[in-house]
Design a protein around this ligand. Structure first.
Ligand code: WT7
Length: 665
């Protein structure tokens, strides 16, 4: 597919459209071209260069990926075959062996990068640590020895439940070094959620901290792990990082302090080589059922996708200082804090805490103090910055910044322009990156320096990616028409399966369109070939850029003794993108109250995590259902948004419930 960009060769001024055109057409015509100055220094400096590489990557993909894999990765044993595709199962670079941690660390030793900062860390209280590549290598080698002494062998699962501190990165790389499979659990998840994940993957070891700082308070991580471990028999040991000094209960024979384990472990570690398809990590994400999905990524293809995309999307230069505000507990933290950046030898800035601690200008302060050149953040954060007011931004220089990025949900043209003007000072290109936990790496993005940007559009496919917009039958729809977003060909960093549930993997991603990956997103392509992501078409919500399954929330509510039935839906929200609304039917004889609302919110917090607490709880005598008993969420969504209930209600069993729901508070 070759996007036709002739229409973009005009200046924004010439693109004024008549009032008759619809808002979306007007939107599609707003174009920001990269500056000549940026283009001159860019890793990919023209649209022609993008097109040439892109065409090669999709027309002769095996040749393209063979070259990239040979050039970008350090192999211990060369691969024999680039791709073995037996839909829905892909194997990339078979026959090859490598070590992912060696690709992120050892390869930089003995070069000018050896004493370069790999990590610059700032804790929420203001403590700063700089760790060079050589030092990071020491740390990782030591932990690798500790793992081996504990009997952790290749393939064992290790769970990490840590704040955004250097030890999180060290632990991930140490797992990779010994071939253990890490599963990072976001620090906001509750004990219940930790327990489910530990049991699902049968983790042998947990690495946590006494606590982490967030908004001036301590998040007690070890306490949550202790609770989870009451019912997670696979876990044999716990390593605890001392971060906040919060008193914790250490269980003899099970728990040990990171620092104590540390003493005496050697600084050098001979890393073994693992197969290209050796599992690297499991990352749990929400889907359409109550049970989270353990997305499995493997070694060579994932690393190549993360490394290649980091280089081009962030236009990485040796001198960059890169700040991604995502937590390590999400895929963005895996691909674009750790693997993609360290394999490129970049300096990564890590921040532990909240963006408004102590004041709403914390990011801008840090950007000036540390000379950050690239900022990768989320639309929900940008909306919060806008709300906090321009003055917090204007008192900082921000002149070190040269590139901005956005991820997690569609960015509105309004937020895009604010980001461009206030943070980027009109000088920095913005890369709006569309991708998913499952895709492992960025899939749709305007490469800076080569693609004109349209605010609100994730733009054009990355190398090797063949996205298409199709109808229910899988037929491509004409440009300008909304449809479902599929990825027509396999790519190296794609998920390989769902941990322990290959059937669900095949069904979720490859059965709507047999043998073809369905993203779960709706989108459209404009006449220039630019992709505009509309959002999820399944029962998954995007709340502040976090994926939350409505079924998971419903399952959590169902475990509360007062709840007879519950339905969760999303409502548009200015700040969070979507807010979570739950409709609850109480058991007979129970009466609704504000106290019970609070209790149900707290209950979901305990079952999943604070980020999944409903914004609104509404009690209902009955829920709208079809005659076969299926809850009609479409109707609930309209009620939640305060809209009139429109559309087909002919299958509704009992009309009176709608009126009753609308009159509820
Ligand atoms: C879903 C994936 C990929 C890391 C963050 C979220 C939405 C993601 C964009 C974007 C519009 C986006 C999609 C996607 N999404 N990036 N640039 N524009 N929507 O990862 O939790 O796996 O969620 O986030 O709906 O399917 P995730």
């Amino acid at each position: 597919m070759a996007p036709d960009l002739r229409a973009l060769q005009t200046t924004p001024k010439a693109l004024n459209v008549t009032k008759k055109k619809t808002a979306s057409v007007t939107r599609e015509k707003q174009v920001f071209k990269p500056s000549a100055e940026f283009q001159r220094q860019a890793n990919l400096g023209s649209y022609a260069a993008y097109k040439k590489l892109y065409n090669e990557s999709v027309n002769i993909p095996e040749k393209f990926w063979e070259r990239q894999a040979k050039e970008l990765l350090v192999w211990r044993k060369p691969f024999k075959k680039v791709l073995q595709w037996d839909a829905p199962h892909a194997k990339w670079f078979t026959g090859g062996k490598l070590n992912v941690s060696e690709n992120c660390l050892d390869r930089h030793l003995g070069t000018a990068r050896e004493n370069k900062a790999a990590l610059i860390f700032e804790g929420e209280p203001g403590d700063v640590r700089t760790i060079t590549y050589k030092q990071l290598h020491f740390h990782v080698c030591r932990l690798a020895h500790i793992f081996e002494n504990m009997g952790i062998v290749a393939g064992d699962r290790v769970a990490l439940y840590l704040p955004m501190i250097p030890e999180a990165v060290i632990a991930m790389l140490a797992c990779a070094r010994v071939g253990a499979v890490h599963t990072v659990i976001f620090g906001g998840f509750s004990a219940e959620a930790i327990k489910d994940r530990l049991n699902d993957c049968k983790a042998k070891l947990v690495i946590t901290a006494d606590g982490g700082w967030r908004r001036g308070k301590v998040i007690e991580l070890k306490t949550n792990v202790d609770k989870a471990l009451n019912d997670a028999p696979s876990v044999q040991s716990v390593i605890v990082v001392k971060r906040t000094g919060t008193p914790v209960n250490m269980i003899e024979g099970r728990d040990m302090w990171w620092k104590e384990a540390w003493e005496g472990a050697p600084n050098k570690h001979d890393a073994k080589a693992f197969d290209s398809e050796h599992p690297l990590f499991i990352l749990y994400t929400s889907g359409s059922t109550g049970k989270p999905k353990g997305v499995l990524h493997t070694s060579a293809g994932y690393l190549l996708g993360a490394k290649l995309s980091s280089h081009y999307v962030f236009d990485l230069k040796e001198t960059d200082r890169y700040f991604c505000s995502a937590d390590i507990g999400w895929i963005t933290g895996h691909s674009y804090v750790v693997y993609g950046l360290l394999s490129n030898g970049s300096t990564v800035f890590l921040y532990e805490g909240a963006p408004n601690q102590p004041e709403p200008d914390r990011f801008w302060h840090m950007i000036d103090r540390h000379g950050i050149t690239i900022l990768y953040t989320a639309p929900t954060a940008i909306r919060a910055f806008m709300r906090w007011g321009d003055n917090y931004v204007l008192r900082h220089r921000l002149d070190s910044l040269r590139l901005l990025g956005s991820v997690g949900e569609p960015i509105s043209p309004e937020a895009w322009k604010w980001f461009h003007k206030l943070i980027g000072k009109g000088r920095c290109p913005i890369v709006d990156t569309w991708w998913q936990t499952e895709t492992g790496a960025i899939m749709i993005v305007p490469l800076p320096g080569s693609a004109p940007m349209k605010p609100g559009s994730a733009s054009l496919p990355f190398f090797g990616v063949v996205p298409k917009i199709v109808d229910e039958k899988g037929k491509e729809v004409p440009r300008g028409t909304e449809g479902k977003l599929i990825i027509a060909k396999p790519w190296p960093s794609m998920l390989r399966t769902l941990w322990g549930d290959d059937e669900r993997f095949a069904k979720t991603y490859f059965s709507d369109y047999p043998g073809i990956y369905f993203t779960g997103d709706g989108a459209k392509q404009d006449k220039d070939g630019y992709f505009w992501i509309i959002g999820r078409v399944d029962d998954v919500l995007n709340i502040s850029g976090h994926r939350i399954g409505t079924a998971e929330v419903e399952a959590a509510l169902a475990t509360h003794p007062a709840v007879a039935e519950a339905a969760a839906v999303g409502r548009p929200d200015e700040l969070k993108g979507q807010a979570l609304v739950v409709f609850v039917t109480l058991k007979t004889g129970l009466t609704s109250s504000d106290k019970l609302k609070d209790e149900l919110r707290a209950h979901v917090g305990r079952e999943i995590g604070a980020h999944a607490k409903p914004d609104t709880v509404r009690f209902a005598a009955g829920l709208p259902k079809t005659r076969s008993g299926k809850i009609m969420r479409r109707i609930l969504k309209e009620i939640a948004a305060g809209r009139e209930v429109k559309g087909d209600t002919s299958t509704l069993d009992d009309f009176s419930v709608i009126a009753a729901l609308q009159s509820e508070d």
